[in-house]
Design a protein around this ligand. Structure first.
Ligand code: HEC
Length: 101
């Protein structure tokens, strides 16, 4: 699963559409451009993905497992049950595509 996420060759062969998936599941909190410049982003404290330096495996884990704060409050919901491994892999690529060169 993690191997698929770091292999760019497999990403181009799969049907999962990272842009569409992002719009559907993530844009509410992270913004269409990933910059977290939305009211929901501010409410939840979502991160600006264009400034993220998180590695593939960690991005993939965060998408699957979500994120809670120290007190156990859900910050980002887990998507493991909603998304396939291919979907998560496409989203890892999409997340990284927001980064500045
Ligand atoms: C309910 C709002 C919400 C939704 C929906 C959401 N996120 Fe998040 N996301 C957050 C919050 C809040 C954080 C910051 C958590 C923290 O403080 O570490 C975050 C952090 C992240 C990070 C880590 C950024 C970093 O480098 O620290 C990634 C990657 C990420 N989200 C990707 C996604 C993807 C991909 C989706 C769609 C599948 C998604 N998120 C959906 C709220 C959300």
């Amino acid at each position: 699963m993690i191997l698929a996420a770091v292999c760019p060759a497999s990403a181009s062969l799969q049907a999962a559409d990272g842009a569409a998936l992002f719009k559907q599941h993530c844009a509410l909190c992270h913004g269409k451009d990933g910059r977290a410049d939305t009211p929901a982003a501010k409410k939840f404290g979502a991160k600006d993905l264009s400034a993220s330096k998180t590695e593939d495996a960690e991005i993939s884990r965060q998408i699957r497992e979500g994120k809670r704060d120290d007190k156990g409050k859900q910050l980002m919901p887990p998507f493991a049950e909603k998304l396939s491994a291919e979907d998560v892999s496409a989203l890892v690529d999409k997340v990284k595509a927001f980064r500045k060169p």
